[in-house]
Design a protein around this ligand. Structure first.
Ligand code: FMN
Length: 306
């Protein structure tokens, strides 16, 4: 017996961030067994070994301790329900979760980002668990982000990165405002740029932009989105719309002849590139929509007249 508080120890072990796997096997009478495990580890490349630790508390413990073959399935982000099913569902777990049998009749979980079919290399008792070492005979893997587990909770690196990418400090929203053969621009110490405003609510960009420009005395018809990109360096999301003005330029804006657009200095390379594309496309009034970041992206065809 140990003097250590097992609950505190379990919490301390849980500080280690892991992925989540489902370990499966088939008993000699053909019954399929599976449980969720984060005790998985790779062990050796030559021979190709991995391990997982089934606990003695499992209703299927003996089936895993004695098995000659088993499989380890590394779950993908979004497969929390699969993990929960194989951790606590008391009925037929395999009827709940799409799966496919491997060449040896062991279930593989569909959508797992890696699947390892193994023969048992060694099965060692270790306290209240068994160390089940498998020799990998076949495996699959994909680029999809995995499901994470830490401190008793699931997490998703892929999704968290995507959210981080979106938590830019501000959204800059601007308009390429055409009026006769001119475009309205603002001049700043760093160069020219389309009239723009800093906005907070990404759900009302068009409305807020139109109102802000009207306050500056520019009454316009806002058209299609023209360029949407993230500038990671400046932690800024940018959205520019095509527009036509109903009258003279607003405060702080000047009407620049369209033919002069390629000759100007702009505030950033991304804006310079957008204005070069605009001056080309304005000739045929056949515009595309740019989606990407400040350096790379795609122009999607969009024939739109404003
Ligand atoms: C994220 C997570 C990781 C787990 N890791 C293990 C593990 O490594 N070994 C283990 O024996 N049980 C582990 N469990 C618990 C078992 O999945 C759970 O006790 C088992 O599915 C119960 O099955 P049973 O109803 O057949 O006894 C884990 C559970 C979760 C949610």
């Amino acid at each position: 017996m140990t003097d250590l508080d097992p609950r505190a120890l379990r919490t301390a072990f849980g500080r280690f961030m892991t992925g989540v796997t489902v370990v499966t096997t088939r008993t000699p009478d053909g019954t399929l067994c599976g449980f969720t495990a984060n005790s998985f580890s790779s062990v050796s490349l030559d021979p190709p070994l991995l391990l997982v630790c089934p606990g003695k508390f499992l209703s299927t413990f003996q089936s895993f301790a004695d098995c000659s073959r088993f499989a380890v399935n590394v779950l993908a982000e979004g497969q929390e329900d699969v993990s929960n099913t194989f951790a606590s569902f008391k009925g037929d777990r395999f009827a709940q979760v799409p799966n496919t049998l491997d060449a040896h009749g062991i279930p593989l979980i569909d959508g797992a980002i890696a699947q390892f079919s193994c023969t048992t290399w060694q099965s060692l008792p270790a306290g209240d668990h068994q160390i089940l070492i498998g020799e990998v005979t076949e495996f699959t893997q994909s680029e999809t982000p995995g499901l994470g587990y830490a401190g008793g909770q699931y997490f998703s690196l892929g999704l968290e990165r995507a959210v981080l990418d979106q938590t830019f400090d501000k959204t800059v929203c601007g308009a390429l405002i055409a009026y006769d053969d001119t475009v309205f621009l603002e001049e700043t110490p760093d160069g020219f740029r389309p009239p723009q405003v800093d906005l907070k609510d990404r759900g009302r960009l068009r409305l807020d932009l139109q109102e802000a420009l009207l306050l500056r005395g520019c009454d316009l018809d806002l058209g299609a989105a023209y360029s949407v990109f993230d500038d990671a360096g400046r932690r800024t999301h940018h959205a520019y719309f095509l527009a036509t003005s109903k009258g003279a330029p607003g405060t702080g804006m000047q009407a620049v002849p369209s033919r002069d657009l390629p000759t100007l200095t702009y505030t950033t390379p991304a804006i310079a590139e957008m204005m070069a594309r605009y001056s080309l496309e304005a000739r045929s009034r056949s515009f595309g929509l740019y989606l990407g970041d400040a350096k790379r992206g795609d122009v999607h065809s969009l024939t739109e007249r404003t």
